[in-house]
Design a protein around this ligand. Structure first.
Ligand code: DHB
Ligand code: FE
Length: 293
């Protein structure tokens, strides 16, 4: 049986990817940020999964305003690194897991979530920056990522975006799907994006440390409260791009304590690591590693 062993949450600021690509991790601006991921890189080496189910949002790179799927599952063998305007980052192609992806599609769609299936897609910083943060960049040419990746794109770019409750429930469905896969796989689920940031308009540059840290508390202890948070609260408190945080709820929903029927008997996940840093570019960076006991 495949199993979900841990969930990882991290911001995905594109400038972080550039800093890694250009070897700027020890510069004064970047050092405190990368220091917060040292534990995580070691933890990833000690707990390398077979597959990462990686929840992220495409930023008008693979999709455009012509076609806006709410939830799009990457079912391909591999996913090329997108050119986001300055050429593709110098990273290995991301290897998929088509068998597990097809099984998840079957199970989750039969659980009444209408996923869009992507048999070809390119992946942008929303997916590649978390990989760089948790794994470092593999040597090029010839390097590989240490695990296969199933991308799940969530629309948080163009309203209407899915509710937190829908995202939490989708995570629960993904857990059920993974656990019914006939194959011995260690699977992690990652939620990316956030925390507070606003890239546009009169409040551009908004950061809200207090709200972000309360969110980190509630993600662990009271995810249902996060799921009940209306979209307008994200916009008001965490800025227009803070809505990316709804994607974290998909990963949180896949943890054991929320597996239906919610008996309340399974303990909340164990916090292996928690980190918060302001700013990276225009964004408050948040990071959690949660393990099922
Ligand atoms: C920034 C953050 C993002 O999440 C993003 O998608 C693009 C830019 C930033 O802070 O610069
Ligand atoms: Fe983003």
């Amino acid at each position: 049986m495949a199993r979900i062993t841990a969930s990882v949450y991290t911001s995905h600021v594109p400038a972080i990817g550039v800093a890694v690509d250009q070897g700027k991790q020890n510069e004064p601006y970047w050092q405190p940020l990368f220091a917060g991921y040292e534990f995580s890189k070691q933890w990833m080496q000690d707990n390398t999964p077979d597959v990462v189910f990686l929840v992220y949002n495409d930023h008008a790179t693979n999709f455009s305003l012509d076609l806006i799927p709410t939830f799009a599952l990457g079912c391909a063998d591999s996913f090329e690194i997108a050119d986001e305007g300055w050429g593709p980052r110098p990273l290995p192609t991301v290897q998929g897991h088509p068998e597990l992806a097809a099984h998840i599609a079957q199970s989750v769609i039969q659980q009444d979530f209408d996923l869009t299936l992507c048999n070809r897609m390119v992946v942008d910083h929303g997916l590649t920056v978390p990989l760089s943060l948790l794994c470092g960049n593999p040597p090029m040419p010839g390097g590989r990522w240490p695990f296969q990746v199933i991308p799940l794109h969530v629309n948080v770019v163009q309203y209407p975006v899915p509710s937190g409750a829908r995202c939490l429930a989708l995570g629960q469905a993904i857990r059920k799907a993974v656990e019914s896969f006939d194959g011995d796989l260690d699977v992690q689920i990652w939620g990316t994006g956030g925390m507070s940031h606003q890239l546009q308009g009169a409040r551009a540059g908004l950061i809200n440390r207090q709200w972000d840290n309360a969110w980190l508390d509630r993600m662990v202890a009271d995810p249902q409260a996060c799921a009940a948070t209306p979209h307008i609260d994200y916009v008001r408190e965490a800025g227009s791009e803070g809505i990316e945080l709804v994607m974290w709820l998909i990963a949180r929903g896949a943890m054991a304590d929320l597996a239906p029927p919610a008996s309340g008997k399974v303990a909340a996940p164990r916090v292996r690591h928690r980190f918060y840093h302001v700013p990276a570019s225009n964004t408050a960076v948040g990071h959690l590693i949660l393990e099922n006991d």
